[in-house]
Design a protein around this ligand. Structure first.
Ligand SMILES: *Cc1c(COP(=O)(O)O)cnc(C)c1O
Length: 241
């Protein structure tokens, strides 16, 4: 692979960002929404902080972290104008390393994780903002609470003074067709509206990634999480032989 200059890499990020913003605008307009109600999150996995900061300097305000170790090793190098949020699967034994260090945890999908987060928040004397992650495709291998168990988890979370539930998040299955994506996002939107009846304070619907963010916007997403559309294809480190 050719080694690109830092300037070329930055220019490519800025070009992708302006394309994304145009597409966000068009998708929002097509359903009568305002782009201001939708926040673009830059998903940083495998991306060096220097490149992440190019996006922040260009106005990206949310950074999404997947892995605890990677987050801890990169956080000090990030431009402080951005808020860092946690979007990856979270093991209960790593909760303490995340609570209080991120403004929002998107991936709360079970009671044991909820109580661990609450405990860590209480110890630090803070209230941790969270989203509940829903397994909208009902796939056995995926994280996320099943839709029919969401109400019970939401109730538990609302009883808990150490966390504040701000909304819902989903990672839908990989789709063959746009129609399948639409079905999932539509189901997620109606679930969100249903939950808002008992919890009107919910205001965040985190859904849509590089391949489907325009569809997600049309179904009410308020945070879209983009990695490759912004930074290019991810390059995972080669295992050492
Ligand atoms: C990697 C990741 C994304 C971004 O994926 P892209 O397809 O590269 O945009 C979004 N959300 C989560 C939870 C992720 O792990």
């Amino acid at each position: 692979m050719a080694i690109e200059s830092q300037e070329a890499v930055s220019a490519a990020i800025l070009k992708r960002l302006s394309e994304i913003r145009m597409r966000m605008d068009a998708a929002a307009k097509s359903v009568g929404r305002s782009t201001q109600d939708i926040t673009l999150m830059a998903v940083t996995k495998t991306v060096p902080p220097q490149q992440v900061n190019v996006a922040v300097a260009a106005g990206v305000t949310y950074l999404g972290e997947n892995r605890v170790q990677e987050f801890l090793s990169k956080r000090d190098a990030y431009d402080r104008r951005a808020e860092v949020q946690f979007i990856g699967h979270l093991q209960t034994n790593k909760v303490k390393q995340v609570v209080g260090k991120v403004t929002l945890i998107h991936s709360v999908d079970r009671e044991s994780l909820l109580s661990e987060i609450a405990k860590a928040a209480r110890q630090q004397d803070l209230i941790q903002d969270i989203l509940l992650e829903v397994n909208i495709g009902g796939e056995a291998s995926k994280s996320g609470v099943m839709p029919d168990e969401l109400g019970a988890l939401l109730e538990k979370a609302m009883e808990c003074p150490d966390v504040r539930v701000r909304g819902l998040m989903t990672i839908p299955p990989r789709f063959e067709t746009v129609t399948q994506a639409e079905e999932c996002f539509a189901r997620m939107q109606s679930l969100y509206q249903q939950m808002k009846i008992t919890a009107p304070q919910l205001e965040i619907l985190s859904m849509g990634m590089s391949g489907d963010y325009e569809t997600a916007i049309r179904y009410g997403a308020t945070i879209i999480r983009l990695g490759s559309a912004l930074f290019g294809a991810r390059v995972y480190p080669q295992p050492q032989l």
